[in-house]
Design a protein around this ligand. Structure first.
Ligand code: UD1
Length: 417
């Protein structure tokens, strides 16, 4: 159990480097096995999910180690194609190994993935696409077994631009005969990051970010490399923390364009936002205004992962904010906990209504999921008195030393293990 202690009321001041992206790292780690080669990844965050992915690689017979932000992988001796349930349950993104193992071994055996409990998280789009590429897939009691003598390139039209399905198809398509085209592909920056890494391996991939991605197989080079892009959700969280607590914070090493929707709403709430090419300065008086209507949507829309932390920043914003959550069905699990702090939030289906209150007070809370837990940290920084968050490791799954980063900015926060 991890226990976060936060004494709210301190303004945040100073500069802070933003970690590499978890959601970009995981598919790239999976991609490192699609052909036998060595990879060097830089700026990889030190997180439980990354560790879980590296343990999966080692289980499969690869060499995989992390030293600080550098990850070294040698997948030349990969010897297995099945991942035990105990490793799969640790993170949902482990489903990405399906496409990677199919590409490398022509088969993959794994169980249904774990991860945050955000409601139904089916993988039907992944399975339908792989079947379309010629994979035979059997599902039995949560176990999935995929086989493909030879995958074939084809046109796949996704009914929804799923991030994970787009990534899985890209990986499998590297080993397919002929060209694969994904229509209505996810356009998230992490798709572009995966494309860049696959290209460094020698694959021909193009179109990431446009909604139509083409992949025409791999010509393995000897070594692949990637510098992991900055984490736009961590950057959004730190920006929301500054907005909520008040202060003046410069986020360094970020790409402001990748979280411009979040910055737009913070600006609308009354923060000054000054964007540089690799930095953003957020200035907040701590007294914000409600932002009206806001809906989550696939990129380049407002990210569902930033919804809980922006909600937390707006709990004391004067007026009414209405949020519509369109991506996950159960993404308001933080709300009952925030209400314990005096927040006025009501939820009805996809809609959450926030009426700004004058004051929040510290309270004992329980983290519900990764971003919901981060929202509680943000709210705690803006509350009077002490907030104690009991967390079963959700927050540290996605945030690298969040307590230290916030403390360096002046927050009164510490994490007890
Ligand atoms: C990724 C991110 C996650 C983020 C999400 C949406 C990683 C490791 N995780 O998750 O942080 O919140 O994108 O931006 O990158 N769906 C189906 N069938 C499928 C696949 C998805 O119905 O086969 C639905 C899901 O239930 C969900 C929605 O599509 O409602 C979005 O899912 P998807 O884009 O696939 O998200 P993930 O890749 O799981």
């Amino acid at each position: 159990m991890e226990i976060w202690h936060i004494r709210g009321g301190n303004r945040l001041r100073g500069a802070c480097f933003v970690q590499g992206s978890k959601n970009a790292s995981l598919p790239i780690i999976a991609a490192s096995i699609i052909c036998p080669l060595k990879s060097e990844l830089m700026n990889v965050p030190q997180l439980r999910d990354v560790d879980a992915a590296l343990r999966i690689l080692r289980h499969l017979g690869c060499l995989a180690e992390q030293r600080g932000g550098d990850v070294y992988i040698d997948s030349t001796r990969l010897s297995g194609s099945s991942i035990p349930h105990s490793l799969m349950v640790e993170m949902r993104s482990s489903v990405i190994f399906m496409g990677a193992l199919l590409a490398r071994c022509g088969e993959a055996r794994l169980s249904l993935p774990g991860g945050c409990q955000l409601g139904k998280r089916p993988i039907d789009l992944h399975l339908a696409a792989l079947r379309q590429m010629g994979a035979e897939i059997e599902e039995d009691a949560g176990e999935i077994c995929c086989r493909a003598e030879k995958l074939r390139g084809t046109e796949i039209i996704l009914p929804f631009p799923s991030v994970g399905a787009t990534e899985n198809i890209m990986l499998a398509a590297c080993a397919a005969r002929g060209e694969t085209i994904i229509r209505n592909a996810a356009r998230e920056p992490e798709i572009g990051a995966l494309q860049d890494y696959l290209r460094s391996m020698g694959a021909e991939v193009s179109g990431a970010g446009s909604g139509s991605v083409s992949i025409s197989g791999i010509r393995p080079n000897r070594e692949a490399a990637a510098r992991i892009i900055p984490d736009r959700i961590v950057a959004s969280t730190l920006a929301c923390a500054c907005a909520a607590a008040g202060g003046d914070v410069e986020l360094r090493g970020v790409d402001p364009g990748q979280f411009s929707t979040v910055l737009h709403f913070l600006n609308r709430a009354g923060c000054d936002i000054i964007s540089g090419s690799r930095s953003v300065r957020v200035r907040s008086s701590g007294r914000l205004s409600a932002v009206g209507e806001l809906s989550t949507a696939p990129y380049p829309g407002f990210p569902t992962d930033a919804q809980p932390v922006l909600m937390a920043a707006l709990l004391r914003a004067e007026g009414r904010t209405a949020i519509t959550e369109n991506i996950f069905e159960n993404r308001y699990r933080q709300v009952p906990e925030l209400r314990r702090m005096g927040a006025d939030v009501t939820v009805s289906g996809k809609l959450a209504e926030i009426w700004g209150v004058d004051r929040l007070h510290g309270a004992p809370l329980t983290a519900t999921d990764l971003r919901g837990g981060a929202a509680m940290v943000v709210a705690g920084l803006a509350a009077e008195g002490e907030t104690v968050i009991c967390d079963d490791g959700h927050i540290t799954r996605g945030y690298e030393r969040l307590d230290m980063r916030l403390r360096a900015l002046g927050a009164d926060i510490y994490l007890e293990y």
